[in-house]
Design a protein around this ligand. Structure first.
Ligand code: AMP
Ligand code: ZN
Length: 113
């Protein structure tokens, strides 16, 4: 989608600091990091939100978690990290191309804000 920020990042139109890339996924550093490690993992295929996901996409979405776990291991986040999908506006979703936040390198509180 030409008007989607993360599709434009996937297509290389907008530069980012890449952490991982393969045929189906891209992971890059968040431009406004909320923790010492803040990486976004996206499928290259445009899916707007968790709210739109269908069962056939389960394997694709599972890959987001697998990649996040691999990046967390690479970055030695052994004492813990947080994975977040913001889903729709009340949860603070701003970019409507599905993305998994990997946050680490500090302690997190619960419940979240
Ligand atoms: P969300 O609020 O869950 O939709 O998260 C969107 C995230 O995208 C925010 O954490 C932003 O800081 C991040 N973001 C926005 N523009 C860029 C960009 N050009 N490169 C990297 N991250 C971005
Ligand atoms: Zn998109």
């Amino acid at each position: 989608m030409s008007d989607c920020l993360f599709c434009r990042i996937v297509n290389g139109e907008i530069p980012t600091k890449k952490v991982h890339e393969d045929e189906r996924y891209l992971a890059f550093e968040d431009i406004h990091p909320q923790a010492p490690v803040h990486v976004l993992i996206v499928p290259k295929e445009h899916i707007a939100s968790v709210a739109e996901v269908v069962e056939e996409q389960a394997e694709l979405l599972g890959g987001l978690i697998t990649i996040a776990a691999r990046i967390a291991r690479d970055k030695k986040l052994d004492s813990g990290y947080r994975l977040v999908f913001n889903c729709q506006k009340d949860a603070g979703q701003e970019v409507f191309h599905i993305h998994l936040h990997l946050l680490g390198g500090r302690k997190f509180t619960w419940p979240p804000g």
